[in-house]
Design a protein around this ligand. Sequence first.
Ligand code: SF4
Length: 443
Amino acid sequence: MPRYAILTWGCQMNEEDSEQMGLYLQERGYEPTDRLEEADVVLLNTCSVRRKPEDKVFSTLGQLRKLKERKPSMVIGVCGCMAQLRAQEIKQRAPHVDMVIGTAHVSQVGALLEEVIQKRRFALRLELPERKGAIVTDIPQRKVDRKPKLKAFVPIQYGCDKFCTFCIVPTTRGRERSRPTVDIVEEIKLLAERGTKEVTLLGQTVNSYGKNLLEGRVPFARLLKLINDIEGIERIRFTSPYPRDFRNDLIEAIASLPKVMEQVHLPLQSGDDEVLKAMRRLYTVEQFEEVVRKLRERVHGIAITTDIIVGFPGETDEQFENTLRVVERVRFDGAFMFAYSPRPGTPAAEMENQVPREVKQERLERLIDLQNRISCEINSELVGKVFEVLVEGPSQKDPTKMAGFTRENKMMHFVGSPDLVGRLVKVRADEAHLWGFYGTVVG
Ligand code: SF4
């Protein structure tokens, strides 16, 4: 049987796309392998959000050139955001690449592979779906993995309309398109039948779901309700919502739907209004904090995490201090924190007032220190509390223990037998760490 390997960089959407491409290749008789040297097809599913993964793709392509010299029949494909953005450069710098597949052509991977093998020519697909008027109908059909999966990601929306000045996603993934509600519900029913207990709904601005559907507007809160009603599904998460679009009906849905977890990842990006404006984030710090306040008021014990960028062009010391102040005030449970990385093709990369690298690094270290202290404090305050944990399997840190996540998405390690996998158990937190807890099963 021919074999394929897929290397994936970037976000959960890319992980999802890689899985889809794998399923399409399996349909054509390919089987997966982790060993590049025995693969007949190697796909690099790339990310353009930061520079480092892009560099890594070119160095991996260098290694693959040597493998292909030994095995000329090997087909090498580049997909994902970098493929969308830098196809010509990839072709020039790595002429041994056989196909470049844009973000909207995941489902065509099999057909493109055929084109390369049979016609022995370079294959390229980059077109992004145009949005004619408000409605988009050419949303790709998705395959559902036959293998049972305890947790599954389900894309519900593609692309983005927000155009933050630092972000390349609207260029690489196109305008915002929502999947039809009926398709999402059917997919999740199928997943539930195959044993999935937890779904995470994916979208770049997931809470703006449902604006441009053929069947009319379907608010995100309504979609959550429909999924909450699916038998077999125990937990629903979603990422990432956009703060301005976090409306009261969504807060009420989280508060009232028992399967929607008490956890929200709400990207702040900066704690200074001027910087937010320069980023073209369409909210103020006050509006962001208002959403947090309402969430905490309505959803008892909710965990809130965030994304923060430091050293955005023009960010002054005082503006950075404002971010630290917001972090102190809000007390996030956790955060993904980055130093600003200019992305060619975005407005922010052209801004003249770029912050020196050492300054960005120093700010990042200060922010990480602060956030880590807060995360540890919050977790320490939760010692003694009993959490509901979905047991996933042996812990990677310590294989003598089992691991799973709480409803608040905090990791829990505990002594337990493997037959707990897939079950919801009550675990008391005994010892707090930055990453979560060690605990004891109490029921
Ligand atoms: S909301 Fe902003 S940061 Fe998020 S994907 Fe859209 S443009 Fe990028």
